[in-house]
Design a protein around this ligand. Sequence first.
Ligand code: SF4
Length: 289
Amino acid sequence: MMARNPYRLDGPALVSFSGGRTSGFMLRQILDAYDGQLPADIHVVFFNTGREFEQTLRFVHECSVRWQVAITWLEFDPAEPFDTSVVGYNSASRDGEPFAKVIRVRGFLPNPTMRLCTHYLKVKRGIAFMRDIMGYEEWVNVVGLRHDEPRRVARQKAMNEADKERFETVLPLDAAKVNRRDVSAFWKRQPFDLGLPDNNGKTPLGNCDLCFMKGAVTIKGIMRLFPDRAKWWIDQERNAPALGTLTKPEMALFRADRPSYRELLNFVRRQRDFEGGPSDDCLPCDCTD
Ligand code: SF4
C-alpha cells in the first residue's frame, strides 16, 4: 500500500500560517498535494498580533498572491462578534493593538507560564473562526512543527491524546520528517522569501518582535537594531499597575526573572550587560515559525 501523503488533509481543516518560513513551506506542500487548489473546507489563517515585523505581513500577503490561496487574517477584538475581526494586509494592526486588548481584557501581562497572548490571539481565534464563523463542530488543526522539534511535537501529541478540544492537531511536517535545513533549502530556491534573516533555519525576528519567550541576548540584539520597537513593550509594563489587578509587583513584568523592557533598552543604550548575561535563555513558545 502506498503511504498516505501527510499533506492531504481530512477536512474540515484549519491551516495555521504563522508568517514564518516553516509554515510557508508547509502551506506550499499542502497546495501541491491538491494541485494548487484547496478544497473549500480547508482554510488557511494568519493570526495577527500587531507586533510582527512588516516583513512578516508582506510575506503572508505575497504567499497568498503568488500562490493564489485565500488567507484569512484574524485579530482579537472584543468589540466584534466572537471577539474576532477579519482584517487584511492593508487594514491589519501594526502597533500591537490586538495584543494590548488581550492585556486590557484579562487585566494582566502574559508571562512564560501564562501565555495569554498565544491563547487569545491565536488558539481562541482559530476556534472562533472554525466553530462560530464557519459553523464546524469538529475539525483538524494543521500546525507547522518540524521533525527536529521533538519536544514540541510530543507535547502536541499528548494534547491530542487528552482529547479535550473540538479539534485534532496534525503535524504534516513531522510526519514527512522535514527539518529546518529542508525549509531553508526550499526558500533558497523560491523567487521570493520572508525578508527577515535566516540564522541556520531560525528567524530571530519572526513572530512578535520582542516576544518575552525570546532569550535576553536576542531581545537586546533586536533592540539594538530597532530601538523604537521597544516602546510598546515598555508601555505595557509601565501601564500594568493601572490595570488594578496586580497582586505582586513582578506582575508588572513580562518576565519576573529578568530586567524590565525599559532596563533592557537602557543596557543596550549604555552598551552594558546585566548580571547573568549573556546566556541566551530562549524558551520554546507555542507560536510556531
Ligand atoms: S510570539 Fe510571543 S509574545 Fe507573540 S503571541 Fe507568541 S508567545 Fe505571545
